[in-house]
Design a binder for this molecule. Structure first.
Ligand code: NDP
Length: 483
C-alpha cells in the first residue's frame, strides 16, 4: 500500500481525480507543512460513486455469504501485512504517536473487517410461530447504497468500523473520511482493489465535509447514513435525513465524567486515568475530561496526578518514548488553547500544562501542547460543559455518591463514563443511574466489539457494534405464511 502525494478518489474500482480537477492541501500537523493534496470533490463525484454503487449492488447483495466473508477477510489480511505503512501514514496525517497507530488504530481496523466478516456468517433472523395457524419469519435485507462519514481522531479505525458491517450485510458504500486525515482511507481503497472487492462495492470520495460529505447525505439514492463526528454536524445531517426518512446512525460528541471514589484501587485508577485523559491527546470521544474525586483522596489524587502528567513526553510522533504527539491541526490547537484561556477567565487554576511545546528541528512548526490539568471551576461553566477534545481535563471534589451522579449527569452529553470503586453494590447503583451509553467500572476503553456502542442525549442516536450494526445496515421484512 502506497501513500501518494496526490490522493485520488476510489470510484467504481478506479483511482480518479475529482471532477473539478482541483486539490487542496493536506498538512502534517507535527511539522506544520503541506505534504500531500486532497481531491476537492463535489456532488458530481458523489453522483458517480452512487451510480457505481447502485450498479454493483445486485451482484454484491446476492453473492454467497462465504464469498463476501473471504473477500473481507482478505482486506483485513492486506491491512495486517501492511501494518507499518498504514500506521506511518496515520501518524503523519493525524500527528498521533506511531506507537499508538501501530498498536491501536491499525490493528483495530483489521479487527473490524474480521469481526464483521465472521459475524455475517453467524447472523440469523427471527421467526414467530402462531401455533396451528401461521409462521412469521423476518428477512433481513441489505438497504442498497449507504453513506459512511467519519472523523479525524481515529481515522481508519472509525472508517472501517462503519464500512465493514455495511459491506458484510451486502450493502454498497459511498464513504468519506475527514479532510484532515485522508491517507489511510485512500490506502484502504488500494487494499480493497487488491483483495478483489468488485468495482463499485466500496467507493471513497475525498474532500470537504460541507461539500462532498453533504452531497452524500443529500443524495436520494443513499438509503442510510452512518455518521461519527461533532454534535453540530450530526444535527445538520439529521435535519436532512429527516426530510427523506433516511435511516441515520449518529455517533457524536461527549464530555465524559470519571467518578473516582475514595475506596478505589488508587494505583490502577491512576494509571488508567492518565490514559483516559491524555491518550491520543485527549482526542478520543471516549476520553474522560471531567474528573470527579471523592474528597478524602482529593489532595492525594491531585498531587500524584499532576506529578505524572508533568512527566508525559510530548513531541516527535515517531519516537518510541513519545506519549503525546501533535494535535490534529492549527485550527484545533487554537480552539483548545482558547478553552484553556476561557478556563482561566472562568476562575480556574492551571495546575500544569496550558502552554504549547517547542519541539526543535523538523517539528518546530508543529502543533504540540502540554497536557493540561485545571481545578477550581464549577460544573456549570463552559469549560466543564463544552467538548474541548484536547489534552485538557478539569478536576473537582465531591462528597457523596448522589452528588457525584448529579455532577456527572449535569451536561448535555452522554457518551461514556468511568467509575472507580471497590464497592460492587455502589458500582452497580452508579452505573444504573449514569446518563451514558457506555459505563466502564475499574477500567477504561476495554472494548468488546460485540457490545452496543453509542451515546444518549446530544452524544448521538442509535448504536454501532455487534448485532446493532448488522441490524442498522439491514431492513427487517416480516413474511407471514398461513397454513
Ligand atoms: P466533524 O463533525 O467536523 O466531521 C466529521 C465528519 O463529517 C468529517 O468527515 C467531516 O468532513 C464531515 N462533515 C462535516 N460537515 C459535513 C456535512 N455538512 N455533511 C456531511 N459530512 C460533513 O467532526 P470532527 O471531524 O471534528 O471530529 C471530532 C468530533 O467527532 C468530536 O465532537 C468527537 O467527539 C466526535 N467523535 C465521536 C465519536 C463517537 O463514537 N461518538 C468517536 C469519535 C469522534 P471534514 O473533515 O472534511 O469537515
Amino acid at each position: 500500500m502506497r501513500p501518494e502525494k496526490y490522493i485520488k478518489n476510489y470510484i467504481n474500482g478506479a483511482f480518479v481525480p475529482a471532477e473539478s480537477g482541483e486539490y487542496f492541501d493536506n498538512y502534517n500537523p507535527a511539522t506544520g507543512q503541506v505534504y500531500s493534496h486532497i481531491p476537492d470533490s463535489d456532488e458530481r463525484d458523489v453522483a458517480k460513486a452512487v451510480e457505481a454503487a447502485k450498479k454493483a449492488f445486485p451482484g454484491w447483495a446476492k453473492m454467497a455469504t462465504d464469498k463476501r466473508f473471504r473477500i473481507l477477510m482478505r482486506v483485513a489480511d492486506i491491512i495486517e501485512q501492511n501494518l507499518e505503512a498504514f500506521a506511518r501514514a496515520e501518524s503523519i496525517d493525524s500527528g498521533k504517536p506511531m506507537a499508538m497507530s501501530s498498536t491501536v488504530d491499525i490493528p483495530r481496523s483489521q479487527s473490524n473487517f474480521r469481526f464483521f466478516a465472521t459475524a455475517i456468517m453467524h447472523f440469523s433472523s427471527e421467526s414467530h410461530h402462531i401455533a396451528g395457524e401461521a409462521i412469521n419469519f423476518t428477512l433481513r435485507q441489505p438497504l442498497g447504497v449507504v453513506g459512511c462519514i467519519s472523523p479525524w481522531n481515529l481515522p481508519l479505525y472509525l472508517f472501517s468500523w462503519k464500512i465493514a458491517p455495511a459491506l458484510a450485510t451486502g450493502n454498497c458504500v459511498v464513504a468519506k473520511p475527514s479532510e484532515l486525515t485522508p491517507m489511510t482511507a485512500f490506502m484502504l481503497g488500494q487494499a480493497c482493489a487488491e483483495a478483489g472487492l468488485p468495482p463499485g462495492v466500496l467507493n471513497i470520495v475525498q474532500g470537504l465535509g460541507p461539500k462532498a460529505g453533504q452531497a452524500i447525505v443529500d443524495h436520494d439514492d443513499v438509503k442510510a447514513i452512518s455518521f461519527t463526528g461533532g454534535t453540530a454536524t450530526g444535527r445538520r445531517i439529521l435535519q436532512t435525513t429527516s426530510q427523506t426518512f433516511k435511516k441515520a446512525s449518529l455517533e457524536l460528541g461527549g464530555k465524559n465524567p470519571n467518578l473516582i471514589f475514595a475506596d478505589c484501587d488508587f494505583d490502577q485508577m491512576m494509571v488508567d486515568t492518565i490514559r483516559s485523559s491524555f491518550s491520543n491527546n485527549g482526542q478520543i470521544c471516549l476520553c474522560g475530561s471531567r474528573l470527579y474525586i471523592q474528597r478524602p483522596i482529593y489532595d492525594k489524587f491531585k498531587e500524584e496526578f499532576v506529578k505524572r502528567v508533568q512527566f508525559l513526553k510530548v513531541g516527535d510522533p515517531f519516537s518510541s518514548v513519545t506519549d503525546l504527539g501533535a494535535l490534529v491541526s492549527k485550527a484545533h490547537m487554537e480552539k483548545v488553547m482558547g478553552y484553556i484561556a476561557l478556563a482561566e477567565v472562568e476562575g480556574g487554576t492551571v495546575l500544569c500544562g496550558g502552554k504549547p511545546v517547542d519541539v526543535p528541528g523538523e517539528y518546530e512548526q508543529g502543533y504540540f501542547l502540554r497536557p493540561t490539568v485545571i481545578e477550581g471551576l464549577n460544573n456549570e461553566c463552559r469549560t466543564n460543559q463544552e467538548e474541548i477534545f484536547g489534552p485538557v481535563v478539569t478536576i473537582q471534589p465531591f462528597d457523596t455518591e448522589e452528588e457525584a451522579i448529579a455532577l456527572a449527569n449535569g451536561v448535555k452529553y452522554g457518551l461514556a463514563s468511568t467509575v472507580w470503586t471497590q464497592d460492587i453494590s455502589r458500582a452497580n447503583r452508579v452505573a444504573e443511574q449514569l446518563q451514558a451509553g457506555i459505563v466502564w467500572v475499574n477500567c477504561w476503553m476495554l472494548r468488546d466489539l460485540r457490545t452496543p456502542f453509542g451515546g444518549v442525549k446530544e452524544s448521538g442516536m442509535g448504536r454501532e457494534g455487534g448485532l446493532e450494526a448488522l441490524r442498522f445496515f439491514t431492513e427487517p421484512k416480516n413474511v407471514c405464511i398461513k397454513y
